[in-house]
Design a binder for this molecule. Structure first.
Ligand SMILES: O=C(CO)[C@H](O)[C@H](O)COP(=O)(O)O
Ligand SMILES: [Co+2]
Length: 215
């Protein structure tokens, strides 16, 4: 059974408290929080201040996905805001090992994210240092995009790398996850499904989480 992480990006921010309470009342395992800086990705979302408020309501692990340049500069701020997991992009980090070490030293689980064009083989020498690999299944920056089918191949490749080395690393799939394609993604080897639009834009978000959980 995969872990389900609704992405707050698709929530109604006028009803943020109610949206967080919905996550608490659902079968969701984590809350996924997408931070965008308008530089690494073309869009700007929210930062540590919003996460600090959200953290006061949400009683599940907060899985923070940083789509920002030089993410390590902000690692401590996100820790103080209540991030449990901090995921940074390989494409944004020339000193990735150092940045991952910093995240872990701050007491958070460290994740590394890869864009759709980045081969999973580039993760080989960092895989044993992280708890989560976020495989982007859309180009990062916006919710509501279509799942890139080639991601299924990347999941299988990464699963094999993890198994061969007997590592304890979760594969998280982020972008375009729907009720229709979730089973295929899980069967390919995904451990965590991020779902923004599929959960928050559903007429019954709790039922949508339940459905994803049952696949
Ligand atoms: O990182 C992201 C975008 O960069 C989001 O987590 C992702 O797009 C989730 O949204 P949706 O499920 O609507 O595709
Ligand atoms: Co994300």
């Amino acid at each position: 059974m995969a872990l389900i992480a609704p992405s707050l990006l698709a929530a109604d921010f006028l009803k943020l408290q109610a949206e967080c309470e919905m996550v608490n009342n659902s079968a969701a395992d984590w809350l996924h929080l997408d931070v965008m800086d308008g530089m690494f990705v073309p869009n700007i979302s929210f930062g540590p201040m919003v996460i600090e408020f959200v953290r006061k309501v949400v009683n599940k692990p907060c899985d923070v996905h940083l789509m920002i340049e030089q993410p390590a500069r902000y690692a401590e701020q996100f820790k103080n805001a209540g991030a449990d997991h901090l995921t940074i992009h390989i494409e944004a980090c020339p000193m990735l090992h150092q940045d991952i070490t910093q995240i872990k030293a701050l007491g958070m689980k460290a994740g590394v994210a890869v864009n759709p064009h980045t081969p999973v083989s580039l993760l080989s020498d960092i895989l044993h240092e992280v708890s989560i690999v976020n495989l982007m299944s859309v180009n990062p920056g916006f919710g509501g995009q279509k799942f890139i089918a080639y991601t299924l191949e990347k999941i299988k490749q990464l699963k094999q790398m993890i198994r061969e080395r007997n590592l304890d690393v979760l594969i998280e799939i982020d972008g375009g996850v729907t009720i229709e394609n979730a089973k295929e993604i899980i069967d390919a080897g995904a451990d965590v499904l991020v779902a923004g639009s599929t959960v928050f834009r559903a007429t019954d978000p709790i039922a949508a989480v339940e459905k994803l959980k049952s696949l």
